[in-house]
Design a protein around this ligand. Sequence first.
Ligand SMILES: Nc1ncnc2c1ncn2[C@@H]1O[C@H](COP(=O)(O)OP(=O)(O)OP(=O)(O)O)[C@@H](O)[C@H]1O
Length: 464
Amino acid sequence: MALPGLDVTDSIDSASILTRELKPNQEFRFEVPPNNSITIRLTAGTAGTAELFGTELSKGLPYTFTCCKSAIYTWTGCSLSIEGSPSVEYIAEETPMSTYLNLHIALEKLRVGASDCPPTAEGAQGPRILLVGPPDVGKTTLCKILTGYSIRQGRKPMVINLDTAGEGVLSAPGTLSAASFGSVMDVEDGFGSSPMSAPSAIPVKLPLVYYYGLEMPESGVKRYKRLISRMAVAVNSRLEEDIETKNTGLIIDTPSFDNQTNGDLISYIVAEFSVTAIAVLGSERLYNTMLKSFSSSSVSVIKLPTSGGCVDRDAPFKKAIRDATVKKYFFGDEKCTLSPYTVTIEFDSPGFALWEVVDANSADKNISFLPIGEDESSLQSEVVRKLAANEVDSRFENLIVAVLQVDAKEAGAKEVGESAVLGFVFVQEVDEKERRMKVLSPVPGRVPAKALLVGKWPEGMFLT
Ligand SMILES: Nc1ncnc2c1ncn2[C@@H]1O[C@H](COP(=O)(O)OP(=O)(O)OP(=O)(O)O)[C@@H](O)[C@H]1O
């Protein structure tokens, strides 16, 4: 019996509810377009359990999904009720979940070994796994599964996202980020898009974020590598203070690497993060290349199957996900609505410095800019350049701008190019005549006098 008015099941039109009975080891796969949403419940009385990419569903709780291609897996068999109309839905019998679980168990054994070691001054180091493969083979999904399983075992993995093209981990698209996950993930949101400063059912995780501002690592290899090195140093020093995370180890998601030209970048990541294992998904060729490259080192290379549920997401769908992530950073979602502030930034104020990311592959490289390093080779490729006030025009409207940790006044190109991010603002309007711009800011008050960095990725978007 429910209190009058509080029985949520009253409001559900039972005609639009589908019920799906899953047998053990089956998976309910579904797709929901951006303009639609569905609600899924693990039926309250069902005996079994279910999980979404490694994170367990609570019985009877409604989970709402929009703009996603996803799956709910059960080891035990269960009953699901689905409210709304997914554009695609079916039950799959063949999944690679047992292999993924075995990988988790193997990692866990290394961790158990690690934490069983007599405590040392440094603490014992857990495994550091790098996930690589072509586009849309399930790298991010496996990263979520391994993270979810280790959290469920009471571990605290450090998740590192090096894929700047995707929707970002606890951050905006176009960023590299690292965060330690010591508490449960959000079923609907996965890793989540932002550490929101508002009440949240899930404990807030504070990531370390660098804004790269380009889609592909190839567009700015030199700066991409520098950011990786900066992040590796920051992560290692964080691990020294957080023995639990150090014992659990790293789970590293990468951009899509499917050919030989990325070999150098993979080796660089492996060296910087002291990776101990590489898992290759969906490419026999890349697997063999990795085997050869790391045959003489102590890095283990393993091949993993791709889930049949992995779907190619077309460009408009991926753009819709990126836009939704940025929108959520400023406006929150149904569970937690945020009200961003409109703030004016004067170009002539002493605390204003807007820098732009230069795409090494575009015509930008012909313009004069400030190199990050002193060496001549920096002049030939990707860096960041400081914009004069008269260069700030309407092309920056509808873009996100990173507010960096370095001060506007003191920072040179090197500091700006390698600085971590404090937060983001969104440019609503540039008034060239009045020499000012209006931005959306997640926090009230003036935008701090920090260097601002605008990139080319994510592309412009309309937030309302
Ligand atoms: N078992 C599954 N059932 C249904 N959808 C799935 C399944 N596994 C993955 N997906 C979906 O397939 C898409 C691609 O997966 P994912 O993002 O993990 O691939 P990726 O290799 O990381 O992609 P990218 O190349 O963008 O980095 C995602 O929308 C994901 O939610």
